[in-house]
Design a protein around this ligand. Structure first.
Ligand SMILES: [Zn+2]
Ligand SMILES: [Zn+2]
Length: 392
């Protein structure tokens, strides 16, 4: 089969489907309408699928595991709580909800890959599962799909995922070996002191002074606690405490995040944060109450799988359009759970307009994607899946 020709034939349908998703986006955990539309399209094309996680997720499959191994393609389907400001004719019809992270593109490309792989089924040496995953934006739909068994029966060997990037022109793609996205932990710290008159600080325990020392002290966690060649972020983004200028504050509460690029550094950040909080509170005779909320783990690509998929990409879109990134990002991505469970590859699909001076970033109310990237996305997902079925 001439894959490129078939993708070109399918492109108007896939673009229309993407625009439909864009007009009717669903927030994380509320993806039932998107999944119902996907189910209809999969069913119409004779593709087997099952709905999961209360109808917010779908897992399709083509081919037969009896013929070889099984690999998976993953698309996230959720949108963001934002009111769109693009003015596009197919802009979101749901006020306060927008596909500002391009997950509509991911979903349309994965559907295209599923339809084409179904047409290629007699030639497939193995099985390809296609995951339509909910709730990437915050609550970790990937982890729940894995817990629900999407990587088992039959056993999935590798997972391949992509994310659009408006800083890269449509038609191009970027790969990163090893560490790609950071791990994230959120925290709330409550510093308990003892309130009293502001003129007599010796009678109380000043939680505001404690907070000041704590915020200064945590700057040393990244700068002194980890290697200058590793990366970490410790941020306090919100702080509240005290009631009046002439009252010593008895309580300060702050929230923040910590980012790291390995499990080892992640554990170190957690430990040092707790030690610093307890140490500073102890100095003042107060008490620290630390609540840690672990978020996504670090996304680490498998080098062998990435090599295979990047080689397939070079063959599909030309070596001049394949970028190898050298720096990871401190942003997070819940594909990390797939990459932790199986040797996997996550890569970036350029969606920027090469003729525009400004391409608005992801999560902007003015984010737009050059839809020509759908063609590249379908091509790379199919070529990548076929390469993984025969290699590694
Ligand atoms: Zn996002
Ligand atoms: Zn995203």
């Amino acid at each position: 089969m001439d894959i490129d020709k078939r993708i070109d034939e399918m492109l108007p349908m896939l673009t229309a489907f993407r625009r439909e998703l864009h007009e009717y986006p669903d927030l994380s955990g509320e993806e039932q309408p998107t999944c119902a539309r996907l189910a209809e399209m999969l069913g119409r094309n004779g593709i087997e699928y099952k709905l999961m996680l209360d109808g917010t997720a779908a897992a399709a499959s083509v081919g037969s595991a009896g013929n070889g191994k099984t690999v998976a393609l993953r698309a996230d389907t959720d949108a963001l709580p934002l009111t769109e400001e693009t003015g596009l004719p197919f802009a979101s019809k749901k006020s306060g909800v927008m596909h500002a992270c391009g997950h509509d593109i991911h979903t349309a490309a994965a559907l295209g890959a599923a339809i084409l792989l179904k047409e290629m089924e007699p030639e497939l040496t193995g099985m390809v599962k296609i995951f339509f995953q909910p709730a990437e934006e915050g609550t970790g739909g990937a982890e729940r799909m894995i817990a629900a068994g999407c990587l088992d029966a039959p056993h999935v060997s590798h997972v391949l995922g992509l994310h659009v990037n408006p800083a890269i022109a449509a038609g191009r793609a970027a790969f990163k070996f090893g560490k790609m996205h950071a791990a994230s932990d959120e925290f709330t710290l409550i510093l308990h002191g003892r309130g009293c008159h502001g003129a007599h600080p010796e009678e109380g325990c000043d939680a505001v002074a404690m907070a000041g020392q704590f915020i200064t002290a945590i700057q040393n966690i990244a700068s002194r606690g980890i290697s200058p060649l590793d990366s970490a972020v410790v941020t306090v983004g919100k702080i509240e405490g005290g009631t009046k200028g002439n009252i010593i504050a008895g309580r300060v509460e702050m929230t923040g995040i910590m980012r790291s690029l390995s499990e080892e550094t992640r554990l170190l950040l957690r430990r040092r944060l707790k030690e610093t909080a307890d140490g500073v509170a102890g100095l003042f005779g107060g008490r620290a109450e630390l609540i840690l909320r672990p978020s996504y783990g670090a996304l680490i690509n498998d080098d062998t799988v990435t090599k295979t998929v990047a080689a397939a990409a070079r063959a599909a879109i030309g070596a001049e359009n394949v970028i190898i990134k050298t720096e990871p990002t401190m942003g997070t991505e819940d594909f990390a759970y797939f990459a932790a469970a199986r040797p996997s590859c996550f890569y970036e699909l350029g969606c920027g307009f090469s003729d525009r001076e400004t391409n608005f970033p992801l999560h902007s109310a003015r984010f737009e994607a050059d839809e020509r990237c759908i063609r590249t996305g379908v091509k790379l997902q199919i070529r990548g899946a076929l390469a993984l079925l025969t290699n590694n």
